[in-house]
Design a protein around this ligand. Structure first.
Ligand SMILES: C[S@@+](CC[C@H](N)C(=O)[O-])C[C@H]1O[C@@H](n2cnc3c(N)ncnc32)[C@H](O)[C@@H]1O
Length: 113
C-alpha cells in the first residue's frame, strides 16, 4: 500500500496543528496527500514535495489544483539525498523546517537525518 492510512494522516494533522507548523517537507510523496492540505496558506510554497517520480506528481496534480493548493508546493523531482543536499546549500533553509515526513525507501532513512 502506497498511501498513508487515514488514521496516521489524522495523527500527522494533529501534530502539525499542535506545533503550528508552517514550513514542511515530505520525502516520498507518491501522488501527494498527507501533509499537503494541512499546512496553513500564507501564499508561499512552504511545502517541499520530494519524489523521484514525476508521473506520480502529475497524476495527483489535478486534485492539488482543484483544491487550489498548487502555489503551496515546491516540487523537487530528485532522489531524496541529493534533494536534501541541494536544500542545505541554501543557508536560509537550515533549521527552517517545522516538520518532516519521510516515507520513502526504508533502508536509506538513517542518511536523511
Ligand atoms: C509510500 S510512497 C509515499 C506515500 C505518501 N507519503 C503518502 O502518504 O501518500 C513512497 C514514494 O517514495 C518515492 N521514493 C522511493 N525512493 C525514493 C528516493 N530515494 N528518493 C525520492 N523518492 C523516493 C517513490 O517514488 C514513492 O512515490
Amino acid at each position: 500500500v502506497m498511501a498513508t492510512a487515514p488514521e496516521a494522516a489524522q495523527l500527522i494533522a494533529l501534530l502539525l496543528k499542535l506545533i503550528n507548523a508552517k514550513k514542511t517537507i515530505e520525502i516520498g510523496v507518491f501522488t501527494g496527500y498527507s501533509l499537503l492540505l494541512k499546512i496553513p496558506d500564507d501564499g508561499k510554497a512552504n511545502y517541499s514535495y520530494v519524489d523521484l517520480d514525476r508521473d506520480a506528481y502529475e497524476m495527483g496534480f489535478p486534485v492539488i489544483k482543484k483544491a487550489n493548493d498548487e502555489h503551496k508546493i515546491n516540487f523537487i523531482q530528485s532522489p531524496a539525498l541529493s534533494a536534501l543536499d541541494e536544500l542545505l546549500n541554501d543557508h536560509d533553509n537550515r533549521g527552517s523546517f517545522d516538520f518532516a515526513f519521510i516515507d520513502t525507501d526504508k533502508v536509506s532513512y538513517q542518511k536523511y537525518h
